[in-house]
Write a protein that binds this ligand. Structure first.
Ligand SMILES: Nc1ncnc2c1ncn2[C@@H]1O[C@H](COP(=O)(O)OP(=O)(O)O)[C@@H](O)[C@H]1O
Ligand SMILES: N[C@@H](CCC(=O)OP(=O)(O)O)C(=O)O
Length: 255
Protein backbone atom coordinates (compact mmCIF):
# COMPACT_ATOMS: atom_id res chain seq x y z
CA UNK A 1 0.00 0.00 0.00
CA UNK A 2 0.95 3.62 -0.49
CA UNK A 3 0.12 5.31 2.81
CA UNK A 4 0.15 8.97 3.88
CA UNK A 5 0.49 9.39 7.65
CA UNK A 6 -0.17 12.85 9.09
CA UNK A 7 1.25 13.47 12.57
CA UNK A 8 -0.24 16.47 14.37
CA UNK A 9 1.35 18.85 16.86
CA UNK A 10 -0.65 17.21 19.64
CA UNK A 11 1.14 13.89 18.92
CA UNK A 12 4.62 15.40 19.01
CA UNK A 13 4.62 18.21 21.54
CA UNK A 14 4.04 18.41 25.28
CA UNK A 15 1.68 20.68 27.20
CA UNK A 16 4.32 23.43 27.17
CA UNK A 17 4.37 23.33 23.35
CA UNK A 18 7.88 21.84 23.07
CA UNK A 19 8.70 18.97 20.71
CA UNK A 20 9.14 15.79 22.79
CA UNK A 21 11.92 13.54 21.55
CA UNK A 22 10.36 10.40 23.09
CA UNK A 23 7.25 10.92 20.97
CA UNK A 24 9.31 11.28 17.78
CA UNK A 25 11.20 8.12 18.76
CA UNK A 26 7.98 6.13 19.24
CA UNK A 27 6.58 7.28 15.90
CA UNK A 28 9.91 6.69 14.15
CA UNK A 29 9.88 3.08 15.35
CA UNK A 30 6.46 2.59 13.78
CA UNK A 31 7.53 4.33 10.58
CA UNK A 32 10.47 1.93 10.34
CA UNK A 33 8.16 -1.06 10.92
CA UNK A 34 5.76 0.11 8.19
CA UNK A 35 8.56 0.45 5.67
CA UNK A 36 9.88 -3.01 6.56
CA UNK A 37 6.49 -4.39 5.51
CA UNK A 38 7.23 -2.93 2.04
CA UNK A 39 4.55 -0.28 2.22
CA UNK A 40 5.33 3.07 0.57
CA UNK A 41 5.12 5.74 3.22
CA UNK A 42 4.85 9.52 3.06
CA UNK A 43 4.80 11.37 6.39
CA UNK A 44 3.16 14.78 6.79
CA UNK A 45 4.51 16.08 10.06
CA UNK A 46 3.66 19.14 12.13
CA UNK A 47 5.92 20.02 15.03
CA UNK A 48 8.15 22.74 13.54
CA UNK A 49 6.68 25.42 15.80
CA UNK A 50 7.09 23.09 18.79
CA UNK A 51 10.72 22.37 17.90
CA UNK A 52 11.29 26.13 17.56
CA UNK A 53 9.78 26.73 20.99
CA UNK A 54 12.05 24.03 22.41
CA UNK A 55 15.20 25.58 20.97
CA UNK A 56 14.55 29.25 21.63
CA UNK A 57 12.41 29.12 24.76
CA UNK A 58 10.19 31.77 23.09
CA UNK A 59 6.41 31.59 23.30
CA UNK A 60 4.69 32.74 20.08
CA UNK A 61 2.26 35.59 20.61
CA UNK A 62 1.01 35.91 17.02
CA UNK A 63 1.10 34.20 13.63
CA UNK A 64 4.33 35.93 12.49
CA UNK A 65 6.14 34.61 15.57
CA UNK A 66 4.75 31.12 14.88
CA UNK A 67 6.11 31.38 11.33
CA UNK A 68 9.53 32.49 12.62
CA UNK A 69 9.60 29.66 15.19
CA UNK A 70 8.61 27.17 12.48
CA UNK A 71 11.54 28.39 10.34
CA UNK A 72 13.91 27.73 13.26
CA UNK A 73 12.20 24.52 14.34
CA UNK A 74 11.89 22.78 10.97
CA UNK A 75 15.58 21.81 10.90
CA UNK A 76 15.41 20.47 14.46
CA UNK A 77 12.23 18.55 13.62
CA UNK A 78 14.00 16.85 10.72
CA UNK A 79 17.06 16.19 12.89
CA UNK A 80 14.83 14.49 15.46
CA UNK A 81 13.38 12.16 12.82
CA UNK A 82 16.83 11.51 11.34
CA UNK A 83 18.28 10.68 14.77
CA UNK A 84 15.67 7.95 15.22
CA UNK A 85 15.72 6.76 11.60
CA UNK A 86 19.49 6.66 11.02
CA UNK A 87 19.38 4.18 8.13
CA UNK A 88 16.80 6.01 6.02
CA UNK A 89 17.31 8.92 3.60
CA UNK A 90 14.84 11.54 4.77
CA UNK A 91 13.56 14.08 2.26
CA UNK A 92 12.20 17.40 3.49
CA UNK A 93 9.31 18.71 1.39
CA UNK A 94 7.75 22.08 2.22
CA UNK A 95 4.54 22.80 0.34
CA UNK A 96 1.56 25.12 0.31
CA UNK A 97 -1.92 24.47 -1.01
CA UNK A 98 -1.17 26.90 -3.86
CA UNK A 99 1.77 24.70 -4.92
CA UNK A 100 -0.64 21.79 -5.38
CA UNK A 101 -3.13 23.93 -7.32
CA UNK A 102 -0.59 25.33 -9.80
CA UNK A 103 -0.27 22.79 -12.65
CA UNK A 104 3.52 22.92 -13.15
CA UNK A 105 4.34 23.02 -9.43
CA UNK A 106 1.84 20.23 -8.82
CA UNK A 107 3.51 18.05 -11.46
CA UNK A 108 6.97 18.85 -10.05
CA UNK A 109 5.84 17.90 -6.56
CA UNK A 110 4.33 14.61 -7.75
CA UNK A 111 7.42 13.73 -9.81
CA UNK A 112 9.79 14.45 -6.94
CA UNK A 113 7.79 12.40 -4.42
CA UNK A 114 7.45 9.55 -6.92
CA UNK A 115 11.21 9.45 -7.51
CA UNK A 116 11.95 9.62 -3.77
CA UNK A 117 9.66 6.62 -3.22
CA UNK A 118 11.37 4.72 -6.03
CA UNK A 119 14.69 5.44 -4.31
CA UNK A 120 13.38 4.19 -0.97
CA UNK A 121 13.67 7.61 0.66
CA UNK A 122 11.13 8.81 3.20
CA UNK A 123 9.39 12.06 2.18
CA UNK A 124 8.50 14.17 5.23
CA UNK A 125 6.14 16.96 4.24
CA UNK A 126 5.23 20.08 6.21
CA UNK A 127 3.47 23.21 5.10
CA UNK A 128 5.86 25.99 4.09
CA UNK A 129 5.02 28.09 7.11
CA UNK A 130 7.07 31.13 6.06
CA UNK A 131 4.71 31.80 3.16
CA UNK A 132 1.58 30.00 4.42
CA UNK A 133 0.13 32.58 6.77
CA UNK A 134 -3.46 31.40 6.49
CA UNK A 135 -2.56 27.71 6.73
CA UNK A 136 -0.57 28.03 9.97
CA UNK A 137 -3.51 29.93 11.46
CA UNK A 138 -6.12 27.30 10.61
CA UNK A 139 -4.01 24.14 10.86
CA UNK A 140 -3.95 23.09 7.28
CA UNK A 141 -1.51 20.21 7.59
CA UNK A 142 -4.60 18.01 7.78
CA UNK A 143 -5.91 19.14 4.41
CA UNK A 144 -2.38 19.36 2.98
CA UNK A 145 -1.97 15.66 3.87
CA UNK A 146 -5.21 14.83 2.06
CA UNK A 147 -4.14 16.81 -1.00
CA UNK A 148 -0.76 15.04 -1.00
CA UNK A 149 -2.61 11.70 -0.74
CA UNK A 150 -4.66 12.69 -3.79
CA UNK A 151 -1.57 13.94 -5.65
CA UNK A 152 0.27 10.65 -5.36
CA UNK A 153 -2.82 8.41 -5.48
CA UNK A 154 -2.34 6.95 -2.04
CA UNK A 155 -4.35 3.94 -0.90
CA UNK A 156 -4.86 5.19 2.64
CA UNK A 157 -4.62 8.40 4.68
CA UNK A 158 -3.97 8.05 8.42
CA UNK A 159 -4.43 11.11 10.64
CA UNK A 160 -2.68 10.64 13.99
CA UNK A 161 -3.80 12.98 16.75
CA UNK A 162 -4.30 13.00 20.54
CA UNK A 163 -7.85 11.67 20.28
CA UNK A 164 -9.00 8.18 19.26
CA UNK A 165 -11.46 9.38 16.67
CA UNK A 166 -14.38 11.66 16.00
CA UNK A 167 -16.92 12.20 18.79
CA UNK A 168 -20.38 13.73 18.71
CA UNK A 169 -18.86 16.70 20.63
CA UNK A 170 -15.35 17.68 21.72
CA UNK A 171 -14.61 15.01 24.38
CA UNK A 172 -12.38 17.51 26.26
CA UNK A 173 -15.44 19.63 26.87
CA UNK A 174 -18.28 17.11 26.99
CA UNK A 175 -17.68 13.90 28.99
CA UNK A 176 -20.89 12.42 27.51
CA UNK A 177 -19.65 12.77 23.92
CA UNK A 178 -20.13 9.55 21.92
CA UNK A 179 -17.40 7.97 19.81
CA UNK A 180 -18.22 7.62 16.09
CA UNK A 181 -16.59 4.51 14.59
CA UNK A 182 -17.50 4.92 10.92
CA UNK A 183 -18.31 7.90 8.71
CA UNK A 184 -19.56 6.79 5.27
CA UNK A 185 -19.50 10.34 3.86
CA UNK A 186 -18.34 13.68 5.29
CA UNK A 187 -21.44 15.78 4.62
CA UNK A 188 -21.66 19.57 4.73
CA UNK A 189 -23.84 19.17 7.80
CA UNK A 190 -21.14 17.15 9.61
CA UNK A 191 -18.51 19.75 8.66
CA UNK A 192 -20.65 22.58 9.99
CA UNK A 193 -21.34 20.73 13.24
CA UNK A 194 -17.64 20.40 14.10
CA UNK A 195 -15.87 23.71 14.15
CA UNK A 196 -12.47 24.71 15.46
CA UNK A 197 -12.50 23.35 19.05
CA UNK A 198 -9.01 21.89 19.55
CA UNK A 199 -6.18 21.01 21.91
CA UNK A 200 -3.84 23.59 23.48
CA UNK A 201 -1.21 23.54 20.71
CA UNK A 202 -3.02 21.99 17.76
CA UNK A 203 -4.61 24.14 15.09
CA UNK A 204 -7.82 23.39 13.27
CA UNK A 205 -9.20 20.74 15.62
CA UNK A 206 -11.76 18.35 14.18
CA UNK A 207 -12.96 20.69 11.45
CA UNK A 208 -9.77 20.46 9.38
CA UNK A 209 -9.60 16.68 9.96
CA UNK A 210 -13.12 16.31 8.59
CA UNK A 211 -12.21 18.54 5.66
CA UNK A 212 -9.17 16.33 5.04
CA UNK A 213 -11.26 13.15 5.16
CA UNK A 214 -13.71 14.75 2.72
CA UNK A 215 -10.92 15.70 0.30
CA UNK A 216 -9.58 12.13 0.54
CA UNK A 217 -13.08 10.72 -0.09
CA UNK A 218 -13.33 12.86 -3.21
CA UNK A 219 -10.14 11.14 -4.40
CA UNK A 220 -11.52 7.70 -3.51
CA UNK A 221 -9.12 7.34 -0.57
CA UNK A 222 -10.22 6.07 2.87
CA UNK A 223 -9.04 7.92 6.00
CA UNK A 224 -8.48 6.66 9.53
CA UNK A 225 -8.33 9.07 12.47
CA UNK A 226 -6.57 7.49 15.45
CA UNK A 227 -4.71 8.22 18.68
CA UNK A 228 -0.93 8.32 18.18
CA UNK A 229 -0.33 7.41 21.84
CA UNK A 230 -1.93 3.96 21.48
CA UNK A 231 0.93 1.44 21.59
CA UNK A 232 1.87 0.30 18.07
CA UNK A 233 -1.00 2.23 16.53
CA UNK A 234 0.35 2.29 12.95
CA UNK A 235 1.09 -1.42 13.06
CA UNK A 236 -2.43 -2.20 14.33
CA UNK A 237 -4.13 -0.01 11.74
CA UNK A 238 -2.09 -1.32 8.83
CA UNK A 239 -2.57 -4.94 9.90
CA UNK A 240 -6.32 -4.28 10.10
CA UNK A 241 -6.56 -5.14 13.81
CA UNK A 242 -9.88 -4.04 15.31
CA UNK A 243 -8.98 -0.68 16.88
CA UNK A 244 -10.88 2.17 18.44
CA UNK A 245 -10.59 4.83 15.74
CA UNK A 246 -12.82 6.57 13.21
CA UNK A 247 -12.92 5.06 9.74
CA UNK A 248 -13.95 7.39 6.91
CA UNK A 249 -14.91 5.25 3.96
CA UNK A 250 -13.65 5.99 0.47
CA UNK A 251 -15.99 7.27 -2.18
CA UNK A 252 -15.50 6.80 -5.90
CA UNK A 253 -14.42 9.94 -7.74
CA UNK A 254 -17.21 12.01 -9.37
CA UNK A 255 -19.88 10.41 -7.20
N1 LIG B 1 -15.97 16.23 17.77
C1 LIG B 1 -14.72 16.03 18.20
N2 LIG B 1 -14.23 14.76 18.30
C2 LIG B 1 -12.95 14.55 18.72
N3 LIG B 1 -12.10 15.56 19.04
C3 LIG B 1 -12.52 16.83 18.95
C4 LIG B 1 -13.85 17.13 18.51
N4 LIG B 1 -13.99 18.48 18.49
C5 LIG B 1 -12.83 19.00 18.89
N5 LIG B 1 -11.93 18.02 19.16
C6 LIG B 1 -10.56 18.29 19.65
O1 LIG B 1 -9.67 18.18 18.57
C7 LIG B 1 -8.38 17.93 19.15
C8 LIG B 1 -7.44 17.45 18.06
O2 LIG B 1 -7.23 18.50 17.14
P1 LIG B 1 -5.86 19.34 17.14
O3 LIG B 1 -5.62 19.89 18.52
O4 LIG B 1 -5.91 20.30 16.00
O5 LIG B 1 -4.83 18.14 16.89
P2 LIG B 1 -3.56 17.88 15.96
O6 LIG B 1 -2.46 18.67 16.57
O7 LIG B 1 -3.37 16.39 16.11
O8 LIG B 1 -3.88 18.29 14.56
C9 LIG B 1 -8.66 16.92 20.24
O9 LIG B 1 -7.72 16.99 21.27
C10 LIG B 1 -10.06 17.30 20.71
O10 LIG B 1 -10.05 17.99 21.93
N1 LIG C 1 3.24 23.66 10.22
C1 LIG C 1 3.00 23.74 11.66
C2 LIG C 1 1.78 22.93 12.08
C3 LIG C 1 0.44 23.48 11.63
C4 LIG C 1 -0.66 22.44 11.80
O1 LIG C 1 -1.38 22.13 10.86
O2 LIG C 1 -0.70 21.87 13.06
P1 LIG C 1 -1.63 20.61 13.45
O3 LIG C 1 -3.07 21.04 13.32
O4 LIG C 1 -1.26 20.33 14.85
O5 LIG C 1 -1.30 19.51 12.52
C5 LIG C 1 4.21 23.15 12.41
O6 LIG C 1 4.99 22.38 11.83
O7 LIG C 1 4.35 23.45 13.60
Amino acid sequence: MRIVVKIGTSSLCGDDGRLMDARVENLARQIAWTRKQHHELIVVSSGAVGAGIGHTGKRPTNVIEKQALAAIGQTYLMQAYQRHLPDISLAQILLTRQDLEHPARRANSANTIQRLLEWGALPIVNENDTVAHEEIRIGDNDTLAARVAGLIQADLLILLSDVDGLYTEDPRQDPDAQHIATVPWVSAELLNRHTASKGPWGTGGMHTKLLAARIAQEHGIPTILADSSTYGILQHLIQGDPMRATYFLSQPENS
